[in-house]
Design a protein around this ligand. Structure first.
Ligand code: MG
Length: 281
């Protein structure tokens, strides 16, 4: 309850200051960071620069695979090289969608998201295009594995192509969630990695969510997710390239025990309770 008193006090303070009510939104700072911070751009360039270096290392070592599923299955050494990249907040910048939600005091809905997807207006993240084009120049295929829905694939392909990403005509060059090219894919990307592993040696995984890298990360306990990250400490920056995304993702779902059916107030309360201060209050 303390946070409610605090936020009310802040609102009253701001009313006193400006004469108008302050509209707050949980995603204001996170979205502002992505849209204005040079540091965010630097982090993106850093990720793709590292990806480029690691791509070179991966190409020269046929024992190398970034997929735990492929490592377990074996028999990949002579397959064609590919990288698996997530799309949203890994290659394409959807911060205008997040910003619009903040400006509108609105929350994510599949309808408003679909409206944004149909705009086909997402721009590449800093450094993303140069990296994917470099991969192509080295003969490495990019497979786009996204949890956009299957019926959003045509707009997604057009958006990617319009900004310059090489997208193969193969139906499996873009693997979406749901019924895609005869297969029903779950939001868990493990099965799609296994499918790609049948035809390619997977050099790198690129994503903004731990679900883009390994199984079992969509859990309702943030500490478990942090432990999983630590268990695979040798993969990050080497075979797995992670982009920062403070606006949404499995990390946020974990803070509310993956329960989006609860009230907004209840979700916010859970988030406050996850904060660790330094005083006992
Ligand atoms: Mg993503």
């Amino acid at each position: 309850m303390r946070y409610f008193v605090y936020s009310t006090a802040c609102a009253l303070f701001f009313v006193g200051l400006t004469g108008c009510a302050r509209h707050t939104h949980e995603n204001l700072h996170a979205t502002l960071w992505m849209q204005t911070a040079g540091e965010y751009h630097a982090a993106c360039h850093q990720a793709f620069q590292q990806a480029k270096l690691q791509l070179d290392a991966a190409l020269s070592n046929t024992e190398w695979t970034a997929s735990l599923e492929q490592k377990a299955a074996g028999g990949y050494q002579s397959k064609r090289p590919a990288i698996i990249c997530d799309v949203d907040e890994s290659l394409l910048d959807n911060s205008p969608y997040q910003a619009q939600l903040v400006r509108d005091d609105a929350f994510y809905t599949s309808a408003s998201w679909r409206e944004w997807v149909d705009e086909e207006a997402a721009e590449p993240l800093p450094g993303a295009l140069a990296f994917i084009r470099y991969a192509k120049s080295r003969g490495v295929e990019t497979i786009y594995v996204t949890n956009r829905k299957a019926d959003e694939e045509p707009a997604t392909r057009r958006n990617l192509k319009a900004v310059g990403f090489p997208v193969g005509d193969d139906p499996d060059a873009v693997l979406t969630k749901g019924s895609d090219n005869g297969t029903e894919w779950q939001s868990n990307k493990t099965d799609r990695r296994k499918s790609v592993a049948q035809n390619y040696r997977i050099l790198l995984l690129v994503g903004d969510d731990m679900n883009d890298f390994l199984d079992g990360t969509k859990v309702g306990d943030p500490q478990v997710r942090q432990q999983i990250a630590a268990q695979h400490a040798d993969m990050w920056g080497r075979k797995w390239i992670v982009l920062p995304n403070p606006t949404y993702g499995s990390w946020e779902a974990a803070t509310i025990d993956k329960d989006y059916t609860q009230s907004d107030f209840a979700k916010l309360k859970q988030k406050y309770q996850k904060l660790r201060g330094y005083r006992n209050n």
